[in-house]
Design a binder for this molecule. Structure first.
Ligand code: ADP
Ligand code: MG
Length: 273
């Protein structure tokens, strides 16, 4: 069996001021899975994501990547996309930002150009390639940062709130890119405070409680239909669960957690009318 992409054992992180942001987390992520880290604001998602991505060192506990203890060894196999797109865009042009990683890997120039062209097409950045990143709109920056994170062709991608504050079109582009990555077998980990987003991005959900612990780990259905537990974690159940859950006779496996399940349920009802 192949090594897990990330294997975190009893990981705790204390900020310099003493705040415990992540508390005794055990988390093993297998290759090719789609995981959501779901939690309210301040639950510790961003801190956990940085620990899982090797950008922060745990105060206690250990993290291994593909079986290795040294995150630097696997830098080109795992990319992290933090919330602030500006962290990834620091070259004079978008083109150079996309080429930066592949050049660091010393890929031949024609291969670098090819990667840049593919990413630009995938994220609709062609007309923006020669612009300085600071002249991009918020949505364009997020697309460019996503493209830069993929420029190393990683086996795993960790993303912090990748669609927060995006308009419908930019959101769609990012979600389509995540679908495509999943179909290519890339492991994805998405941190989000939004239960409604989860079915679109994950097959497994780790629910973070208010104090940096993982309080539940299961399928989207298991986690998203457990209203009590979501409320205890400071979250509202997804819109579909609230809407259908209040109707007589809709519970258990009938309760839709994704739009496609809701659609199927409505069709069944129409047929039996
Ligand atoms: N640089 C920091 N110094 C001290 N505490 C911090 C720092 N960054 C975050 N925290 C605290 O750590 C906890 C988790 O924060 P964070 O990981 O950003 O949560 P989330 O991403 O889920 O909103 C919060 O209590 C937050 O206030
Ligand atoms: Mg955060």
């Amino acid at each position: 069996m192949s090594d897990p992409v990330v294997d975190a054992r009893d990981v705790t992180y204390r900020h310099p001021d003493g705040t415990v942001a992540v508390d005794g987390v055990d988390l093993r992520i297998e290759p090719g899975t789609r995981v959501a880290l779901l939690g309210a604001n301040g639950a510790g998602k961003s801190t956990l994501l940085q620990l899982l991505g090797g950008l922060l060192d745990p105060s206690e506990g250990t993290v291994r990547w593909f079986g290795e203890r040294d995150a630097d060894v696997v830098r080109d196999r795992l990319s992290v996309l933090l919330q602030d797109a500006d962290d990834y865009l620091f070259n004079p042009t978008v083109r150079e930002d996309l080429a930066y990683g592949p050049r660091q890997l010393r890929l031949p120039a024609n291969e670098v150009d090819e990667r840049v062209a593919t990413l630009a097409a995938r994220f609709d950045l062609e007309s923006l390639l020669d612009r300085p990143p600071f002249r991009l709109s918020g949505g364009e920056k997020r697309r460019a940062a996503f493209a830069a994170a993929l420029s190393l062709d990683p086996e795993a991608l960790l993303l912090d709130e990748p669609v927060s504050h995006l308009d419908a079109q930019n959101r769609r582009r990012i979600l389509d890119a995540l679908d495509e990555l999943a179909s290519e077998g890339v492991t994805t980990v998405v941190a989000t405070p939004d239960p409604d987003l989860v079915p679109a991005v994950a097959d497994r959900v780790c629910l973070l409680g208010p104090s940096g612990t993982v309080v539940a780990d299961g399928t989207p259905r298991e986690i998203l239909t457990d209203r009590e537990r979501l409320r205890a974690a400071g979250l509202r159940p997804p819109t579909l669960v609230r809407l259908f859950g209040d109707l007589d006779g809709v519970d258990g496996e009938d309760l839709p957690v994704s739009l496609s399940e809701a659609d199927a349920l409505l069709r069944r009802w129409r047929e039996t009318e």
